[in-house]
Design a protein. Structure first.
Length: 317
């Protein structure tokens, strides 16, 4: 009886070992792992879906995944870095084929992607950098160049003179840092323009409304506002009321539907238009290339362009 039991145990152990070996081999195959019918599986970790820009990014990624026959699971971190870290830890244990991350915080994201990289899973950063870790590639717009374009657009709108204020994004994000850097570089070319205040509004419309109201009380003579995204620009427009586009010029960044509509209406002087759906699409394409074993460039750029009254008809929804 003991011998029979031992034989049965050995048979079960061998079968389990073979099953694990087969699963491991399948994960590295060209067909991808885990998905139904051998479909590649990917996780997209988004900083927040309470922002039209990232909703468009998600939509672009989902459309590209569907077209490629890949499975894409989307997680919303709701602007919480700890939540995003937990989401990526789960992704690494589930053994997905690739991870796409739009970081809540570029600095904190390094630790968040560490277990994914340790599991030999390709990591594609989208729109924002991951600091302290070597990701497979970064798919982003040129935020520094876009910041310079925003400075030029605001300078043109205010006649290249006067005082302006800046609404900053989430501290620690590469998008906020790089757009601010570009704007500072650009505005220095206009000696008659002075930046009198810069304050975070965390890429949020409601916060921007409140911050703009307070800044204009402190600086009532300000004639221009640069907001590091369209949501904050629209909050500034709301705070200005009838003064938006008349007494005070506002320039945003992203080219969201709401931003473009405000440019059409004349309340927003310009927006530096990214292509969020294109960012999502390209990120999925690069993830699929990485799954297939391709060597990718460290960065993949998606073009930006300044949209004002002269060309908004070409972009507006």
């Amino acid at each position: 009886m003991t011998t029979s039991f031992a034989r049965r145990s050995l048979t079960v152990a061998v079968a389990a070992t073979l099953a694990l070996s087969t699963a491991g081999c399948n994960r590295g195959s060209d067909s991808g792992a885990g998905g139904e019918g051998g479909q590649p599986t990917m996780t997209l970790a988004v900083s927040t879906l309470n922002n039209p820009f990232f909703v468009q990014l998600k939509d672009g990624a989902e459309a590209a995944a569907e077209e490629a026959g890949a499975q894409l699971e989307v997680f919303d971190a709701q602007n919480d870095a700890s939540t995003q870290q937990n989401q990526l830890a789960n992704a690494s244990t589930q053994g997905v084929d690739a991870v796409l991350i739009n970081p809540v915080d570029s600095e904190a994201a390094g630790a968040a992607v560490a277990p994914v990289i340790d599991a030999d899973i390709p990591v594609i950063a989208v729109d924002r950098t991951v600091e302290g870790a070597e990701v497979t590639t970064l798919v982003s717009s040129d935020n520094v160049a876009g910041g310079v374009q925003a400075a030029d657009a605001l300078a043109a709108a205010i006649g290249e003179k006067g005082t302006v204020v800046v609404l900053q994004g989430v501290a620690g994000t590469s998008a906020s840092r790089e757009r601010g850097e570009g704007f500072t570089q650009g505005i220095e070319e206009y000696p008659d323009i002075e930046v009198v205040a810069a304050q975070p509004a965390n890429f949020d419309r409601t916060e921007a409304l409140n911050v703009t109201t307070n800044l204009l009380q402190s600086h009532p003579d300000a004639v221009g506002i640069f907001a590091e995204n369209d949501e904050m620009a629209l909050g500034a427009v709301q705070a200005l009321g009838d003064r938006a586009g008349a007494d005070v010029s506002v320039v945003g960044f992203d080219g969201t539907d709401g931003g473009l509509e405000a440019v059409e209406a004349g309340t927003l002087s310009a927006t530096v238009a990214q292509q969020p759906s294109e960012l999502g699409r390209v990120a999925v394409e690069k993830a699929l290339e990485a799954i297939d074993g391709a060597e990718l460039d460290a960065e993949t750029s998606v073009a930006v362009t300044t949209v004002d009254e002269s060309n908004v008809a070409d972009f507006a929804p």
